[in-house]
Design a protein around this ligand. Structure first.
Ligand code: NAD
Length: 502
């Protein structure tokens, strides 16, 4: 059993006893591998207080000094990618190479945050009125909280804290209780990079910790990523309490395959984007809207590829796909195979019989699965499954595919596969989704663009990272200033009129 994972408060591991703890599992074996402390009111208060006390000093730390620390953090995360990836794989289940990929994508946000001096430049207008100048400055908010999901225990927190901290805020991270270790490793790397104590804190916990942060008067803003029902809850509670909030929710990502598409590329993409990380990605492809005339051929090509997929423990180099995160989640995902068939779909590929490398039977396994002839009323289409299940919806053509996607309540990601530039251009224009791929199945924006969906995939106005991240973690102040020439008093005297420019 690995050690107990606790909080990181004021630059050190928390030493006090825990009133509540949860088990942490190794999804590949199904066995408990450790425990995690669950914060109560005292720990919540200590974490926020530590961030609040660190704020004035950090806010006033020069941009050059902040950037030096960010660069050191960047190099340390890079050097420790292997350790982080192993810790993620052991608790999440994803294969180690995929976990290293998420660390890499998180690092891209650190790269972006290293350019913060440029991003925090305000505007300046000379002589807006005679002898008067106007300018704007971007200032940090104070203590900000990040509440993150299990599926990217390093990357999603790194969408948030590098930008928040670079902008001069202090941060309290509440990671998922299912895979808490990566957050502590990141905290240690921040300390090694020279970040002052209290600027980055980690509060392990569940709903109690989340609610404590939402209610805390010293938390100025909340960034959330997770499922839609919780995102909606976070958005309304945080806003009610006067906090700035962005809450990214769940997804049902469609891939459209038009008859002129490269079907091998489409099949490769469906398998990679549907089954990578066992489908536990918010940008995973879940539904394939394929035009009837090429549907049989596409399903046949997907099947060929799925038969060759190696499912096994995340730390086995041969594995391409690992287990699901918990037994309950695996059972729920598998239940869609039965309900799909009951509601009229065809189970073309049954992942329950896919072989598992090493023969471990107690892990939370479910192989890649495909339901064909799915229709929009079925539960397997309506719900976010968040597992290795592709649903094929056969459509008559482009218009029906677009209507299907635009009628869906989620709007996170989508992709169109076609060789017709005009169709692709029309698709990018009229599709009601926040992130669009053209012959690219997982269109996760680079760090210097912003990540976020539409409709019930995002509550709030700001997407994550990129310039929207900088806007979220700062507020602007507009200054109007008059400095008179030495020895020269401005003309005028008292004037009760509303100031106008002259
Ligand atoms: P989740 O909503 O269950 O949990 C997310 C966070 O909220 C965790 O830290 C958890 O401890 C906390 N939480 C859970 N229940 C709560 C409650 N009742 N009250 C307050 N806090 C609560 O999500 P998950 O299962 O960890 O992650 C998977 C979900 O996240 C999927 O729906 C996926 O689509 C979504 N996701 C979305 C994005 C995106 O960018 N839109 C990215 C990654 C994951």
């Amino acid at each position: 059993m690995s050690e107990n994972v606790t909080h990181w408060i004021g630059g050190a591991r928390h030493q006090g006893p825990a009133e509540r703890r949860a088990d942490v599992y190794n999804p590949a074996t199904g066995k408990v591998s450790g425990t995690v402390d669950l914060a109560g009111p005292a720990e919540i208060d200590a974490a926020v207080r530590s961030a609040r006390d660190a704020f004035p000093g950090w806010r006033d730390t020069s941009l050059s000094k902040r950037v030096q620390i960010l660069f050191r953090f960047r190099e340390l995360v890079r050097a420790n990618t292997g350790r982080l990836a192993e810790a993620i794989s052991a608790e999440h289940g994803k294969v180690v190479s995929d976990a290293a990929g998420e660390v890499q994508r998180g690092l891209e946000v650190v790269d972006f945050a290293c350019g913060v001096p440029h991003l925090l430049k305000g505007g300046y207008s000379e002589n807006v009125s005679t002898g008067v100048d106007a300018y704007s400055i971007l200032q940090p908010l104070g203590v900000v909280a990040g509440i993150t999901p299990f599926n990217f225990p390093a990357m999603v927190p790194m969408w948030m804290f590098p930008v928040a901290i670079a902008c001069g805020n202090t941060f309290v991270l509440k990671p998922s209780e299912k895979d808490p270790s990566a957050s502590l490793l990141l905290a240690e790397l921040w300390a090694e990079a020279g970040l002052p104590d209290g600027v980055f804190n980690v509060l392990q916990g569940d709903k109690v910790a989340v609610d404590g942060l939402l209610e805390h008067p010293d938390v100025a803003a909340v960034s959330f990523v997770g499922s839609t029902p919780i995102a909606r809850y976070i958005y309304s509670r945080a806003a009610e309490n006067g906090k700035r909030v962005q809450a990214l929710g769940g997804a049902k990502n469609h891939m459209v395959v038009l008859p002129d598409a490269d079907l091998d590329l489409a099949a490769d993409s469906a398998v990679s984007a549907g089954f990578g990380s066992a489908g536990e990605r918010c940008m995973a492809i879940s539904a394939i809207a394929v035009v009837d005339s090429v549907a049989d051929e596409l399903v046949a090509r997907i099947r060929e590829r799925v038969e060759r997929l190696r499912v096994g423990p995340g730390d086995d180099d041969r594995s391409e796909m690992g287990p699901l995160v918990t037994r309950e989640h695996r059972d729920k995902v598998a239940s869609y195979l039965d309900s799909g068939v009951e509601q009229g779909a065809t189970l073309a590929i049954d992942g329950r019989v896919h072989p598992v490398l090493g023969g471990e039977t107690e892990g939370f396994w479910l192989g890649p699965s495909l339901l064909d002839h799915v229709t929009p009323e079925m539960d397997c289409y309506r719900d976010e499954i968040f597992g290795p299940v592709l649903s094929v919806v056969r459509v008559s053509g482009y218009d029906e595919a677009v209507a299907l996607i635009n009628g869906n309540r989620y709007g996170n990601g989508t992709a169109v596969f076609t060789n017709d530039g005009g169709a692709a251009r029309r698709f990018q224009n009229e599709i009601q989704v926040g992130m669009v791929g053209i012959n690219v199945p997982i269109p996760v924006p680079m760090a210097y663009y912003s990540f976020g969906g539409w409709k019930q995939s995002l509550f709030g106005d700001s997407h994550a990272h990129g310039t929207e991240g900088v806007h979220f973690y700062t507020r602007t102040k507009a200054v109007t200033a008059r400095w008179t020439d030495p020895g020269k008093r401005p003309e005028g005297g008292v004037d009760l009129g509303f100031p106008t420019n002259g």
